[in-house]
Design a protein around this ligand. Structure first.
Ligand code: 5GP
Length: 116
C-alpha cells in the first residue's frame, strides 16, 4: 500500500500548510489538531505507509527525522524542559494517516507515557 495521503499534498504545498522545515528528505509542519501546546509532525517526503514498511535504504531519512525533531524542539524553546517523539503504527498503535509521521509533542508536562 503506497497510496498518497493528505500529507503528500502538504509536501507539494497543494494544500497551503505553513512548513516549519523542508529538505530533500523530510518535511515538518504543525498538527492540525494539536494534542499539546507544541505539536509538530515530521514526515518523510517519500511515501512510507508504516514503520513495518521501512527498509535499510530509509535509514538516512529516518535519522534525518530525528535531527530535524531536535532542531525544531530547540526553535520551539522546548528542548530544555523536554518533549516526546511518537510514531504510531497500524490500528493498535492508533495510526490514522498511512504515511509515516513522527509527532513532536511538548510545551507542557505530558504526563504518563500511555493512557490505555
Ligand atoms: P496518527 O494518529 O496517524 O499518528 O496521526 C495523524 C495526525 O495527523 C493527527 O494528529 C492529525 O491531527 C494530523 N492530521 C491529519 N490530517 C491533517 C492535515 O490535513 N493537516 C495537518 N497539519 N495535520 C493533519
Amino acid at each position: 500500500m503506497t497510496e498518497e495521503t493528505i500529507f503528500s499534498k502538504i509536501i507539494r504545498q497543494e494544500i497551503p500548510t505553513p512548513l516549519l522545515y523542508q529538505d530533500e528528505l523530510v518535511t515538518a509542519f504543525r498538527d492540525i489538531s494539536p494534542k499539546a501546546k507544541s505539536h509538530i509532525l515530521i514526515i518523510p517526503n517519500k511515501i512510507i505507509p508504516t514503520i513495518n514498511d521501512v527498509s535499510e535504504d530509509d535509514e538516512l531519512t529516518l535519522g534525518r527525522m530525528i535531527t530535524v525533531a531536535k532542531k525544531l524542539a530547540k526553535e520551539e524553546g522546548i528542548d530544555e524542559n523536554g518533549y516526546r517523539l511518537i510514531i504510531n503504527c497500524n490500528e493498535d498503535g492508533g495510526q490514522e494517516v498511512y504515511h509515516i509521521h513522527m509527532h513532536l509533542l511538548g510545551g507542557q508536562a505530558l504526563g504518563p507515557m500511555l493512557a490505555i
